[in-house]
Design a protein around this ligand. Structure first.
Ligand code: AHR
Length: 520
């Protein structure tokens, strides 16, 4: 064969590989991963959770009491403990939410039969018997291997109450609070690092102005110092940049008092008054859910820009301690209990949120999806003695590989997902390198109907030859896992990709989340 014939056949073979149906390349979907330029660590606390005294999150979901027929460890459901361990939950925020600013912690310690009942005024107006309190929560965290994050009551509590709570939980010195703790059966302090100083103080936490809250924050934080905890100030509403500016400015000269600043963002489909059903939705609902999730990134970046101005050394963490999809409750359930199902749509938006948090790991030091069990975008749903793992659970399971890994700088160029003249970028991605040097690339195609071929240029590494992949999707966009039914949505093995000379070509199915592992 002479040279030109050989060259021609080479071109033919290459074009066959390139244009074959499996790897049909759309040149507009190009991702560059700089595998040698990682600087930031993706804190495993980005994979945090939130358990509020709301609906059936605590009671029935996590805690059934020691006398329950449902198998339990000191009242905490064994099936839930086992399932949660699968996703390696890093941190759990408790007791709220709005509930936190009505909660008086001393109601929840001591013999359960002697604890007073209160009314949960925010969530369904039901009786709260305080049987799940500080000891039970910290026991739960130890059982699932997560760090606790406690939200102190600023709205209706006192500085003394908050200070004594930190002392009760964290001090080893003989004092009335530590004696009380010992009397209640706990000798050693728990040393809880993370404390929030109020929740949504702009709204359910007291309807405060940012000026007033910033002063109050400093006052509370001054007296919540036992064990030098990591104290988190309440943020404003998600587009309230003035609140961020005020709190950051007023605490700038007291860096010892503020270690974190909170940010909440929910996806409401079309808006607070038009949330959509969690399972019965059309493409218009799907598109707007994606759109309103993606808007979060620009909000986050604006808050980060303000933080960079007042905290140029990047000492204060942005703590996204409530996030997720908020749809209408399931028909027939208490509207105050916020119980919703969870579909492939939730898996896709969970991946979008997590990709965004990972890619902003320089500033985002914790995030807590709302909420753990039976409330909003939950990991687990329970019905009597049954549980199901949601599609969102499986995203958290798939993304474990990013916990404490090094974030790799990534550049995504992609085509649009179009719907009725509106467009969104079709692909979201993030990449990290773990301690053993394995590279993980997570990709998400938000297009409900059309797959995408993606080419990923892996720069700055020796040849990567070993690879494996995982996929989350399902036949229908509103598929979900239901009680007593085989699971429709889980993690599947994924092999529709090819890596050659550090160019990774992936056929990303419609409405999917994929993670590829590459090793030398
Ligand atoms: O997660 C439900 C509620 O949403 C929380 O209690 C509150 O902080 C937020 O508004």
């Amino acid at each position: 064969m002479n040279l030109s014939k050989r060259a021609l056949s080479m071109v033919f073979i290459l074009s066959m590989i390139y244009f074959s149906p499996v790897f049909a390349q759309d040149k507009s979907n190009l991702i560059v991963v700089n595998t040698d330029l990682g600087k930031e660590t993706i804190s495993k606390n980005i994979y945090g959770h939130f358990a509020e005294h709301l609906g059936r999150c605590i009671y029935g979901g996590i805690y059934v009491g020691m006398d329950s027929d449902i198998p339990n460890t000191r009242g905490i459901r064994n099936d839930v403990i086992t399932a949660l361990k699968e996703i390696a939950p890093s941190v759990v925020r408790w007791p709220g939410g709005c509930f936190a600013d009505t909660y008086h912690w001393k109601d929840g310690i001591g013999p359960q039969s002697q604890r007073p009942s209160i009314v949960n005024t925010h969530w369904g107006g039901v009786t709260e018997d305080n049987s799940f309190g500080t000891h039970e929560f910290l026991d739960f965290c130890e059982l699932i291997g997560a760090e606790p994050y406690i939200c102190a009551n600023v709205g209706s509590g006192t500085v003394q109450e908050a200070a004594e709570w930190v002392e009760y939980v964290n001090s080893d010195v003989k004092s009335p609070m530590t004696e009380l703790r010992r009397k209640n059966g706990r000798e050693k302090p728990w040393n809880v690092k993370y404390w929030a100083v109020g929740n949504e103080s702009w709204g359910c936490g007291g309807n405060m102005t940012p000026d007033y809250y910033a002063d109050l924050f400093k006052r509370y934080s001054t007296f919540m110092g036992t064990g030098r905890p990591y104290r988190v100030a309440s943020g404003g509403t998600d587009p309230d940049f003035a609140w961020t500016e005020t709190v950051l400015k007023k605490t700038q000269k007291s860096p010892n008092l503020i270690q974190g600043y909170s940010f909440h963002y929910y996806t409401f489909c079309h808006g607070w008054n038009d949330k959509s059903s969690a399972t019965q939705f059309n493409e218009n609902d799907w598109f707007h859910t994606m759109k309103n999730t993606l808007i979060m990134e620009e909000r986050l970046e604006k808050h980060i820009a303000i933080m960079d101005e007042y905290d140029s050394k990047n000492r204060i963490g942005l703590i996204a301690d409530e996030w997720g999809n908020w749809f209408w409750v399931e028909p027939g359930t208490n509207p105050g209990f916020l119980y919703q199902q969870n579909t492939v749509r939730d898996a896709v938006t969970a991946a979008l949120y997590l990709n965004i948090f990972n890619n902003h790991a320089r500033r985002v030091k914790m995030a807590n999806i709302a909420q753990f069990v039976n409330v909003l975008q939950a990991m687990i749903l329970t019905k009597d003695d049954m549980i199901i793992k949601t599609p969102t659970f499986y995203v958290f399971k798939m993304y474990k590989i990013h916990h404490d890994a090094t974030l790799l700088p990534i550049n995504v160029t992609c085509d649009d997902y179009s719907y009725e003249g509106m467009t969104l970028p079709s692909i979201s991605a993030c990449a990290s390198k773990d301690k053993e040097g394995a590279i993980h690339i997570s990709l998400c195609n938000i297009d409900m109907n059309k797959g995408r071929s993606v080419e990923i240029d892996l720069r700055g590494t020796d040849k990567l030859s070993k690879s494996s992949g995982e996929l989350i999707t399902s036949a229908k966009e509103n598929d979900y896992n239901d009680f007593g039914q085989p699971e429709k949505v889980n993690i599947e093995k994924f092999s529709s990709f090819n890596v050659k000379n550090n160019i990774l070509k992936v056929n990303l199915p419609a409405k999917s989340v994929v993670t590829i592992e590459l090793k030398k």
